[in-house]
Design a protein around this ligand. Sequence first.
Ligand code: GLC
Ligand code: CA
Length: 564
Amino acid sequence: MKTKWFKDAFIYQIYPRSFCDGNGDGIGDIRGIISKLDYLKDLGINAVWLSPCYKSPNDDNGYDISDYRDIMEEFGTLDDWKEMVKGMHDRGIKLIMDLVVNHTSDEHAWFVESKKSTDNPYRDYYFWKKGRGKDGKKPPNNWISRFGGSAWTYDENTDEFYLHLFSKKQPDLNWDNPKVREEVKGIVKYWLDLGADGFRCDVITYISKVEGLPDGKLGGDNMFTHGPNIHKYLQELYTDVLSKYDCMTVGEAAGVTTDQAKLYTGNGRGELDTVFQFEHVEVNTFAQIVPRKVKLNRIKEVLSKWQTELFGNGWNSLYLENHDQPRCVSRYINDNVDGDDFLRKQSAKMLMTMMYFQQGTPYVYQGQEIGMTNIEFHSEEEHVDVLSKTVFRLVKKYAPFLKGYAMRALAIRSRDNARTPMQWNAEKNAGFSDGLPWYRVNPNYTTINTEEALKDPDSVLNFLKKIIEIRKGNETIRDGRYIDIQKDSKDLFAYRREAEVETLEIICNYKNKEVNYRADAKLIGKGAKIELILSNYQNIAYDQAEYRDFILKPYECRVYSIKK
Ligand code: GLC
Ligand code: CA
């Protein structure tokens, strides 16, 4: 059987608003992306996941869509989009679009209609309910929005509430209405016919709600996550549309367990190709915004579990960053290394090595390839993300004494950290825009930028290129079995990938100190050919003798290929 292409893909995520501004208005756009296609090709990636570029009033930067079939004005036109896809395809790069269909914008024509009256033909495209309490002004149930506060907003016009699991400008679509499902199929088909190669399905695990929308546990979570008809709806979408194209899908699946992931991605089930699980990013965050200390043991436990459980039963997505997650060097490395350029680079490379030799489809988020870091916040006003703003609003209303804590927590955790403009060079606005950027540029752009990284043979970028090169066509990485070989170590994350002809041994020192490593004598065996294929320090001996027993330097990582 032919391997589906997504198993050999290396995907680069673009957050268009912050990637590259082509016309100097301070907002990244499609022409900006077009100008960087050669850069992307040179990196070696072969697919792009583009965060939403559809028409949107931007309450949540494009994750609130008002027209699914057109491009956001600030980003350009449909013709620009077509030129971009052609440019990608000409360079062997596929395009994964973001499909945001759990909710629309409240400015979408369907919702504008839906609001008008209880008998409007679009009323049932969304969830409307009478309030509770004597005056009917209490929300219909106890569900909490993902951004905080009740998931319901009252609308005077019809004296009913509508449901929104995110901001009140993102009303939830009612997938139980067959018309809504037909609309979604139409949208999916539209973009596939125009040349898209797949979809990243936004918060897809929320699309099916328990009938009657009853109160639930943990703010209603068990009433809308992996709901009763989720598999049926996904299978329907697959059978009616997706199965007719050579495309891929990846579902965003916060809170998903390995058993559920097997159902979503299992061979022959006809649902999704892969999911983004969240366990390893939740190791050091609680409820999206509360930071906790990084625990290596827990990271190993979680990632190893996903590797073992999905082996032969599904397919993993390998990521540390995206537009919702803080920068990985700032968040996973306990000792703050952001200020030390050498250690920053070493730890960024180590984290890549830890992730990208696992089984699954790897994702790199814009800026991660140069080891971009979180930004410093000095005031509440510097937080522009709708999630952070909601947190500040709720704190002000209900718990003003928590303001200081919220500032500290959001400084580490805020999604704004990942949304600072991409750092292209050391010139004005980091080369992102000739105009005033829509959001602050991280002041460290003078040293951390792609121009610098392309020149420096030791850069994170050139290291990533090597990984991408090694992965290409490597069957051990694609198909080999994963074995955690340092379960009990407090300092090392090390694993093996085993296949017929080759074993790979991946050794990562997670700490800012020297750590001893002793290789498995059995592997060395008689006549085994051992080769160091990747390392983040210079002058490491590449020979057999070195492999037996050695000291790893701070954040050192090595990958050995062992052939019998
Ligand atoms: C997903 C997106 C996030 C957005 C949310 C609501 O989690 O990644 O950016 O805010 O969905 O659409
Ligand atoms: Ca622009």
